[in-house]
Design a protein around this ligand. Structure first.
Ligand SMILES: Nc1ncnc2c1ncn2[C@@H]1O[C@H](COP(=O)(O)OP(=O)(O)OP(=O)(O)O)[C@@H](O)[C@H]1O
Length: 627
């Protein structure tokens, strides 16, 4: 059965795997195929669908695998349990939730609901005057979720999230206790509870554990490298009786530790499991595979991929001067590919952080190249960039009310009505109206002062910088949980703006590129994909560009500071393994000046992936000039 459809290693993994089994699947080696055929193989060997559980990372993956398995097995697979951990645990709790006091009609709070509940508890428990120092509802949920998904203590979770909140540990604990009580009183659970409650029931009730694990003769887990400790324990407990736990994954592609994924699950499981490796790569050209083999992350299980495809072109290692040259280079290459008949849909640009794509977004717009973003909003649509642009607009055109309203609403104590009234006033009589506004808060005075100070400055970059340092950075910390990432965007915005002599031109360029993009949103079919590497997981393109492979950008600045770059190595590995035919790794010698960190030189001396690249495996290109 299936000898023709599978290669030798896949065949072994499908037909010989039983008991505790770890299938280490290299990138592009056909993980999906192995799982699909394993299901079909089991069915054809007489296993009933209801005796199989398949757990996947996304709902879409489960659907795709089942569809294929149905075709291969010629069975409708009626009764199989398949889906994400959340799905599987939800089914479980519908049956057994009553043992921990959940009524069968319990409801699930989605992330928004959970945030609303947390917010209301936070407001109830913390007096208004003290709220500033307490984490926001979103931050509290992140801490809570990390604690649940890693089974760590509150202290550990806070330390990992942001040690500055340690002072608030007691308060945070009170809020979280109340949050738990409230959920229980409302007969509801959040996403994490689905896992935590399931684990609790399975660990404490022997009869349920035996009944369920008697039922599931085979448990298959996809993307095992990204499971957390709770998920790992759940599938172990569910396979207590038959012990047929087949997990498939690639330890070298584990990239979700920030969410609690535990790369060590693979290594721990390997100690007690039989291991199969599938190492034929069906995706990339021989040259790219040679390169991939050399870049295997150091701490991962040894594997050597063997390319199935014929030879192609070596990956390109491109040295540019700075981000502008980088954007210019990529845009030009994309135009060339287009001329050579390659569809824009076959091209992707990958980066470590959304901020690295900003110049490119503008450059693609200038070249009329449509693109879609998998990660984040368009630069110009993000709230913090819009805030800065609103400020900038008020400095050139006091008559524009929309920008004034946006800006004034940043001030504590100014809501919609006041902001509208003040904006009306300023648009009529100009900046002098600012002095007539009777707002006593120091916040407002600060804003007024900031505006006045910037009016005498020519350079738009300098204007945003003053606005940011004197006023906005505090607002950003209050408003956004991910303010650190957003700070990078602001740095880039300042950097871009500083190339312009006059503010009107800068605003014009930014807004025109934005309106071009809006116009072309829906009617263009072919688009280049711009995505973070995290979002590119599992996907593939003919042409892949990896941007900003500079110390501090990628590897990320935080990982360099913490001297923890293992996960960055795995991210780099995920990135390079997405390419089928053309791979470009781009780094800059100039780099960006990190205005607010001020320690750029230090960081730039940190680890660089470029130093690790065997030079004979890549084609070298240089682009751009020293400015
Ligand atoms: N035995 C095979 N013969 C021909 N093509 C195969 C075979 N096995 C897998 N493939 C093809 O290889 C490609 C990569 O497979 P798949 O997307 O499942 O990889 P993967 O292991 O999930 O990779 P990654 O982890 O890098 O995302 C697919 O196009 C798949 O159809």
């Amino acid at each position: 059965m299936f000898e023709k459809e599978l290669d030798e290693e896949q065949y072994e993994a499908v037909t010989k795997s039983q008991g505790k089994t770890l299938v280490i699947a290299g990138p592009g080696s056909g993980k999906t195929r192995v799982i699909t055929y394993k299901i079909a193989y089991l069915i054809n060997s007489g296993v009933k669908p209801q005796e199989i559980m398949l757990v996947t990372f996304t709902k879409a993956a489960a659907k795709e695998m089942l569809q294929r398995a149905k075709i291969v097995s010629k069975s409708n697979l009626e009764g199989i349990t398949a889906g994400t951990f959340h799905h599987v645990c939800n089914l479980f709790l519908r049956r057994y939730g009553s043992t921990i006091g959940l009524k069968p009609n319990f409801t699930i709070l989605d992330s928004e609901d959970a945030k609303d509940l947390m917010e209301s508890i936070r407001s109830q428990l913390i007096p208004k005057s003290e709220r500033k120092t307490v984490p926001t509802a979103k931050q509290l949920l992140s801490i809570y979720s990390y604690m649940n998904n890693t089974l760590s203590s509150l202290k550990e979770a806070i330390t990992r999230y942001n040690p500055r909140f340690l002072e608030q540990e007691h308060t945070i604990e009170q809020i979280l206790i109340k949050y738990q009580q409230e959920k229980q009183a409302q007969n509801s659970v959040d996403y994490d509870d689905l896992l935590i409650h399931t684990l609790h029931i399975l660990s404490t009730s022997k009869s349920i554990r035996l009944r369920e694990s008697e039922r599931y003769k085979w448990i298959l887990v996809d993307e095992f490298q990204d499971t957390n400790i709770v998920q790992f324990k759940i599938v172990e407990l569910l396979s207590t009786v038959h012990k047929n736990l087949i997990v498939v994954g690639d330890d070298a592609q584990s990239i979700y530790s920030f969410r609690g994924a535990r790369f060590e699950n693979v290594l721990d499981f390997q100690k007690e499991a039989e291991t199969f490796k599938i190492q034929t790569n069906y995706r990339s050209s021989q040259e790219i595979v040679n390169f991939i083999n050399e870049m295997l992350p150091k701490k991962s299980i040894k594997k050597t991929l063997c390319a199935k495809r014929s030879t192609g072109i070596k990956p390109f290692l491109v040295q540019v001067f700075d981000h502008y040259d980088e954007a210019d280079f990529v845009a030009n290459e994309i135009v060339n590919f287009q001329h050579n008949g390659i569809s824009l849909n076959d091209i992707a640009v990958l980066y470590r952080a959304h901020a690295h794509s900003l110049e490119l977004q503008l450059e693609l717009s200038k070249h009329n190249i449509p693109f879609k973003l998998y990660s984040g909003l368009r630069f110009t649509e993000t709230a913090h960039v819009k805030d800065c642009m609103a400020f900038l607009k008020t400095t050139v055109n006091p008559e524009e009310k929309i920008s004034w309203i946006r800006l004034l609403k940043l001030v504590n104590g100014i809501g919609n009505i006041k902001a509208n009234n003040y904006a009306e006033e300023i648009s009529k009589i100009g900046y002098s109206a600012l002095d007539k506004i009777k707002e006593k808060s120091s916040d407002f005075k600060k804003l007024r002062e900031t505006i006045k100070n910037t009016l005498t400055v020519e350079n738009p970059g300098e204007r945003i910088k003053i606005f940011y340092i004197d006023f906005y950075h505090k607002k950003m910390e209050e408003k956004f949980e991910d303010y650190k990432d957003r700070r990078e965007d602001i740095e880039r915005l300042i950097e871009m703006a500083s190339f312009y002599k006059n503010t009107e031109n800068f605003i014009g360029d930014i807004l025109i590129s934005e309106s071009y993009e809006m116009r072309n949103e829906d009617n263009e079919k072919e688009k280049v994909t711009l995505t973070t590497i995290h979002q590119a997981k599992g996907l593939e393109w003919k042409v892949v560009f990896i941007l900003s492979v500079n110390p501090g950008d990628f590897p990320h600045i935080m990982s360099l500071r913490e001297n923890n770059i293992d996960e960055e190595e795995r991210l780099f590995y995920v990135a390079i393994t997405r390419a089928k035919d053309y791979l470009y790794i781009i780094h800059s010698i100039g780099g960006s000046s990190r205005i607010f960190y001020g320690n750029d030189y230090l960081i730039r001396r940190g680890k660089s992936f470029i130093d690790e690249i065997p030079f004979h495996l890549v084609e070298h290109l240089e682009y751009g000039v020293e400015k």
